[in-house]
Design a protein around this ligand. Sequence first.
Ligand code: N01
Length: 546
Amino acid sequence: MQEVDAIVIGAGFAGLRALHTLRGQGKRVLVLEASDGLGGVWYHNQYPGARCDVESYDYSYSFSPELEQDWRWSERYATQPEILRYINHVADRFDLRKDIVLNARMTEARYDEQAARWTITAEGGRQWSAHYFVMCVGQLSTTKTPDYPGQSGFKGRIIHSAVWPRNETIDFTGKRVAIIGTGSSGMQMTPVIARQAAHLTVFQRTPNFSVPASNAPVSDEEDRQVKAHYRERRERAWNSPTGLGFAVNRQSALEVSPEEREKVYEAAWHRLGFGFALAYHDILINAEANETAAEFIRRKIASVIDKPELREKLVPRGHHFAARRPSVDSGYFQAFNQDNVELAYVKESPIVEFTPEGIRTTAKLHAFDVIIFATGFDAFTGSLFKPSIVGRSGITLRQKWEDGPVTQLGVSVSDFPNMLIVVGPGSPSLLSNVMVSIEEQIDWLAALIKTMDAQGIVEFEAEPEAERAWVAHVNERARETLYLTTDSYYNGAEVKGKARVFMPYSGGVRGYRRHLRECAEQGYSGFALRKTPAARAAKAEAPQAV
Ligand code: N01
């Protein structure tokens, strides 16, 4: 069995950063990646129209000023192929590939309490032993696919947006296509496929809020400007609520005149994308303030939809703006003005079954050649529960989190020493520019490991009392927001039977950063740091049999 200092699971943005950083500290690191390529979600989500909804300059690594200066983003919001090129460039530039094992799906991680080491097993039985175990598996990588009666009998092709066929260009020309789901994936795909397909039917269950991307090519002058002030931009992102690089309006939406508000919203609509939710500081915490934004967006959406009967169905109602993840689109609503695009509103006419020809709803039979599930993910915990992660005394992570995730600072779990979860539950993760959160947590882990090395510590472990306090804090911050007012993947509603708890930390990137810093400054408060593994110490102290 190969022995290393750290095993990292997943070769997406987080895994590559963990490898580079820990290796830079002299550690022997190995990344195990289940698939045959680098990039994580950006490798798998190759659906037409896939692009990031955080600006390219912010959705990129900050650890290397040379990389920042050399890489030239071509668009404000990078497409999936461009992001994948960036990831591969980073892998080559920092010579990461030699420490990445592809096609190695971890099936089990088991903690050896006496040795304070993890044994990692991959499919096929290959094993590794590591002192540190770092889970970088993403929050949106375990797909969710409905199972309708007759589904397997459909004669055409079924594809999930997040497991898009690679090495194949799917041509929708002349095809009758269905998209089920209107989250970010469905909304991004719709206008692109609508331009190709003979007929496109979008199955909508919940109309989603969306703000236009206002995407554009990056000019040389813009590129020069950003690069001349990149540090300041990063500082702004690190000290912002969500890790986006623009200043946040500290005013309340309710303390300004309707005319002034309209002006602010109008400007945000054309420029901020996802950041529209920060046009006023109380949009996410005050229902009345939120309604001013929601009403503006509804008006904007309605204004681009030609058919009045469609307008009624597509305009989002019934939940607060951004209480569920809104989308950032490029012509989603306008696509419904095309004659070849149809809306099937499944709340009015539910899907009854799949037939060999297509989908039968309570209203009619729709015939299709291709059906695309854009139905999302088992978020946050899906990929953490897939393998068996076995901690102290044989307890699995799934058992430990039966009633919902419990963490210290969103990075560590008691009974699972020397394990770190990157951008998992209890951290800003999906409520932040995830790149900021990834780098933050990995730098924090790297500093912890440095301290451990310097002090001869072999085992770190979250303290249960600190975990209880952190979970209480996460819940308290969530209660201050509007996130709990509706069902979403933020609170476990996306999968039947899943623990219904609020998953991410809504206290903001800046606030979270302060917690991590204070923890380190206080000698890693809330963590036990041990020079002898707890189990070995307990054994030594136990009375000897005579
Ligand atoms: O998934 P989702 P996604 N019948 O869970 C519907 C990130 N992302 O892949 O809302 C009919 O958001 C479901 O309906 P409802 C981003 O964080 C980022 O689109 O549950 N419909 C919903 O409409 C995003 O939030 C980018 O009622 C069914 C949709 O499927 C996250 O990934 C791009 C159904 C699922 O929406 C997930 O996005 C893409 C059923 N049985 C994704 N089951 C960018 O950076 C589910 N639905 C731009």
